[in-house]
Design a protein around this ligand. Structure first.
Ligand SMILES: CC(C)(COP(=O)(O)OP(=O)(O)OC[C@H]1O[C@@H](n2cnc3c(N)ncnc32)[C@H](O)[C@@H]1OP(=O)(O)O)[C@@H](O)C(=O)NCCC(=O)NCCS
Length: 207
């Protein structure tokens, strides 16, 4: 069950702003992004990549890069945050999320380019993810992070997530937020529309 028009992904682009008001576009990854996405991950600091993938990698392994580009496959989605830098659309952040229908949850991981960390981009991405989770009718939004990742733990705490132990790995902590937004109250226009059309197609669906 996909709630999205996968043949027309451009309609799901969101316009956000950094803390200082710089415009930020959030859109699904497209095939034309392949090289720049890999460049983005290579350019992250070793520490940011380690925090993002819980291991030492220098770039996205081929299989994972392929998966990143398959939007909607098994309800998994990759999103890039882009800004105009020196006249070029530049990737400054990314989010990958998956809708698990069986548990009514959305799971995610994200990163922001080291040069742009601390500008409120992570906070904006989390708010936007709440809209996306609500559009699926998900009841919870969650992610995992290393216990040593104080930045992510602080960001999640400030964004209203609660913390629980990871079920399988003591080195990780899980942050989780309950989503209880009715479709017509979703604060992102494109996701409100997606939720309302999902509701219209399946009136018995909750939230
Ligand atoms: C975690 C991450 C996504 C945060 O993104 P960001 O754009 O820098 O976050 P924001 O600017 O929105 O900051 C939000 C909060 O995070 C915390 N924070 C940001 N930078 C911090 C730092 N250097 N040290 C400690 N806390 C920090 C603060 O609480 C901040 O709130 P404040 O600005 O009101 O003080 C980013 O640091 C990152 O990409 N890290 C590497 C990858 C990663 O750790 N991913 C998480 C695994 S799921």
């Amino acid at each position: 069950m996909s709630t999205l028009r996968l043949d027309d992904l451009k309609q799901y682009s969101d316009s956000l702003r950094t803390r200082h008001g710089e415009p930020l576009t959030l859109r699904f990854v497209e095939p034309r992004d392949t090289e720049e996405l890999q460049h983005y991950f290579r350019s992250l600091s070793t520490r940011s990549r380690y925090n993002r993938f819980f291991g030492a990698i220098s770039e996205l392994p081929k299989g994972l890069l392929h998966d990143f580009l398959q939007i909607g496959d098994r309800e998994r989605f990759s999103v890039v945050a882009t800004m105009m830098v020196d006249g070029f659309e530049t990737i400054v952040g990314e989010v990958r999320y998956a809708f698990h229908a069986e548990t009514s949850t959305v799971e995610f991981g994200l990163s922001v380019d080291d040069r742009w960390q601390g500008h409120g981009i992570g906070s904006a991405l989390l708010k936007n993810l709440e809209c996306r989770a609500a559009a699926f009718g998900a009841e919870h939004l969650y992610g995992d992070t290393l216990r040593s990742n104080e930045t992510m733990i602080s960001l999640a705490g400030k964004s209203g997530f609660a913390f629980i132990n990871h079920p399988d790995d003591w080195k990780l902590v899980r942050f989780d937020k309950q989503i209880a937004t009715a479709p017509k109250e979703i604060p992102c226009a494109s996701w409100r529309l997606a939720a309302l059309s999902r509701q219209a197609a399946s009136p018995s669906a909750s939230a």
